[in-house]
Design a protein around this ligand. Structure first.
Ligand code: SAM
Length: 303
């Protein structure tokens, strides 16, 4: 079987066609490259773990593509959702799926060591779990500490020289309250925004009306929340998605947290998703402002 990059690019182009979420696609492609590299280096089946594996879309797709590099009994997924794990066990027999909280050190101590640990769209849920009813929003300092300590525990699962792949939301740089003005390009887009601001729970989205009924002013941070979370509005997933903040760290905070855990970042990319769709709905009026890079992909190796 030809196993050069051209072959794998073609394989993934076909295999990921059904994965509509482009973010996940980037995570799978990066993990695929790492798995092949690890196999070449070690000549042994790659030990792979996904924390917050959901229905196994990521880890299962990787096993399907790389059965020759990964023995299924050396691949595991952890999630606290029993229903999701039932689906995983049905779809990917032979893999190990463990129900539990991946921030729980007692659970982590039972999992063994891995060459590659995946955290795809999972850590922001740890952050979001620190919602304070007293504050009426997420207690951001406490939530950040919770993410940092989870990250430190998780890196303890890596074998010597092991890799962590993180894909998640990214807070925009600059001052959090820096304002920008936006213009909705049709009435539907304006109504969609109203629906979002009234139902999104993790933080209050505040915006200032302007002279034009189609223009509002809001912080760059809230704009980022709007374009990442409102995509679920009106869908079944909205009931859970409206409770979660996808963003928690700025790039510099990710870098600091990884360095603190003894992880050396070898690749860091920031990405914008659904840009063309957004450009049909809303325009940024403030000069010099562009759509934010709201996702981050990090590959880091244990020092
Ligand atoms: C947005 S889904 C992502 C699923 C999968 N990684 C993917 O991208 O297809 C996040 C998953 O993380 C799980 N999760 C969040 N926090 C968790 C925790 N502390 N312990 C275990 N699972 C957790 C949720 O149950 C959910 O299935």
């Amino acid at each position: 079987m030809p196993e050069n990059d051209e072959f794998w690019n073609f394989y993934w182009e076909i295999a990921l066609r059904s994965m509509e979420n482009m973010g996940k696609r980037e995570a799978v492609l990066a993990a695929s490259r790492l798995i092949r590299k690890l196999w070449q280096q070690n000549g042994q089946p790659v030990r792979l773990l996904e924390l917050g594996c959901g229905e196994g879309q990521i880890v299962g797709t990787l096993l399907n593509g790389h059965a020759q590099y990964c023995a299924s009994n050396l691949i595991a997924g952890v999630d606290h959702n029993a229903q999701s794990l039932a689906r995983c066990r049905n779809d990917f027999p032979g893999m190990r799926f463990i129900q539990g909280d991946f921030t729980d050190p007692a659970l982590l101590s039972t999992l063994g060591r891995y060459d590659l640990v995946l955290l795809v769209n999972a850590l922001h849920e740890v952050y979001s779990s620190e919602f304070s009813h007293a504050l009426g929003e997420i207690n951001a300092p406490a939530a950040k500490r919770r993410v940092e300590s989870a990250l430190a525990e998780i890196t303890g699962l890596l074998a010597s020289g092991g890799w962590l792949l993180l894909f998640d939301g990214l807070e925009p740089p600059g001052h959090p309250d820096e304002k920008l003005q936006i213009r909705f390009l049709n009435e539907e887009a304006r109504a969609h925004f109203e629906g979002f601001t009234s139902q999104y729970r993790p933080f209050r989205i505040s915006c200032r009306e302007t002279d034009s009924p189609f223009c509002v002013e809001l912080s760059r941070r809230d704009f980022t929340r709007y374009i990442t979370k409102s995509i679920f509005l009106g869908k079944a997933l909205w009931q859970t998605e409206r409770l979660e903040s996808y963003q928690y760290f700025r790039e510099v905070e990710f870098r600091t947290a990884f360095a603190r855990c003894g992880m050396k970042i070898s690749e860091l990319r920031t990405l914008t998703m659904n840009l063309e769709k957004w450009q049909r709905l809303v325009e940024i009026v403030t000069p010099g402002e562009d759509f934010p890079q709201e996702h981050i992909l990090i590959l880091a190796q244990k020092k």
